[in-house]
Design a protein. Structure first.
Length: 139
């Protein structure tokens, strides 16, 4: 049952991303966003963590999460160098990150802007990337 629940969650997220991306003319991204969530490295560990037992599957989830952001350019974590310092994100991926946050807001009721403001201190971004993002989000 946990696998089905997680599958439905992922499909809902992909549908929300599709709607937001299409509204912004990001046709290719509308179809390709988060495809890695269907890989063996991510799908089952995520499903177990979110729909079975977070404590028991924490380590598996952390490995899966690392796989996810290392394989998806729209996550700010992808743009951290080996020392954990942020490098500049190309505009294309800043826009994809905003689409991801907007899609999440369709489910959780806030906005990409509100998400960013709540999490700003934890989001490591290079100076110009932050300036572009904040301009786009009107922060």
């Amino acid at each position: 049952m946990y696998i089905l629940k997680y599958l439905l969650y992922v499909l809902e997220h992909k549908w929300n991303v599709f709607k937001v991306a299409m509204s912004k003319g990001m046709f290719f991204h509308a179809f390709t966003h988060d495809l890695s969530k269907f890989t063996k490295e991510e799908f089952i560990p995520y499903a177990k963590y979110f729909y079975k037992d977070k404590e028991k599957y924490e380590n598996e989830f952390q490995i899966a999460w690392m796989h996810h952001y290392r394989n998806n350019f729209h996550h700010w974590q992808f743009w951290l160098n080996r020392d954990g310092e942020p490098t500049e994100m190309p505009l294309k991926y800043i826009n994809q990150m905003i689409v991801d946050w907007e899609a999440m807001s369709l489910k959780f009721g806030d906005s990409a802007r509100e998400y960013y403001i709540k999490n700003k201190e934890d989001i490591k971004l290079a100076k110009n990337t932050r300036a572009v993002l904040e301009s786009k989000l009107k922060v």
